[in-house]
Design a protein around this ligand. Structure first.
Ligand SMILES: [Zn+2]
Length: 166
């Protein structure tokens, strides 16, 4: 049972919460994605705040269950997961480590920064995660999930998912 209050318990809770993976992209943890916003510990009670990657993302229910399971297993008696929609999640919150893992998984990470763009979103060249070529083209705005677009590489001719800047 975790009964300590203070930095140690909070660090433990954060570390446990940070191991929970995104069910759609199992190589990425919710910390890599930047979904994990805050962890607070009071006695055996832990409160976790997450921001969904996009509204209505069904993965959030799985993430909530996984957080509750992981933190209960770590000894926290009471786990409360809350969602916050504001400020809205953006791909800018994805860590560099997360982008690297995404590439290794075969998905082109979001390119550029959402915050740096004007009202018109201009897609800059998307790099092929397999061969690194910038000669790629979008095949479909929607890949395996709505947060990804389907691309095709002109160099190695392989199709791949691109995690859209959002
Ligand atoms: Zn390629």
């Amino acid at each position: 049972m975790v009964s300590a209050t203070g930095t140690d318990a909070r660090t433990l809770a954060w570390e446990v919460a940070a191991t929970v993976c995104d069910p759609e992209i199992p190589v990425l943890t919710i910390a890599d994605l930047g979904i994990l916003r805050a962890v607070e510990v009071r006695g055996g009670h832990v409160g976790v705040t997450i921001t969904p990657t996009y509204s209505g993302c069904p993965a959030m229910d799985t993430i909530r269950d996984d957080l509750t399971l992981a933190l209960s297993a770590a000894g926290f008696a009471e786990v409360e997961v809350s969602l916050t929609l504001s400020p809205a999640w953006t791909t800018d919150w994805m860590s560099d480590d997360g982008k690297r893992k995404l590439t290794e998984y075969g998905i082109a990470p979001p390119s550029g920064r959402a915050a740096a763009r004007g009202p018109i979103r201009v897609e800059i060249a998307v790099k092929c995660p397999r061969c690194g070529s910038l000669s790629t083209r979008m095949v479909s705005r929607f890949g395996s999930t709505s947060c990804k677009a389907l691309y095709e590489c002109r160099a190695c001719l392989e199709p791949f998912d691109h995690f859209k800047v959002h």
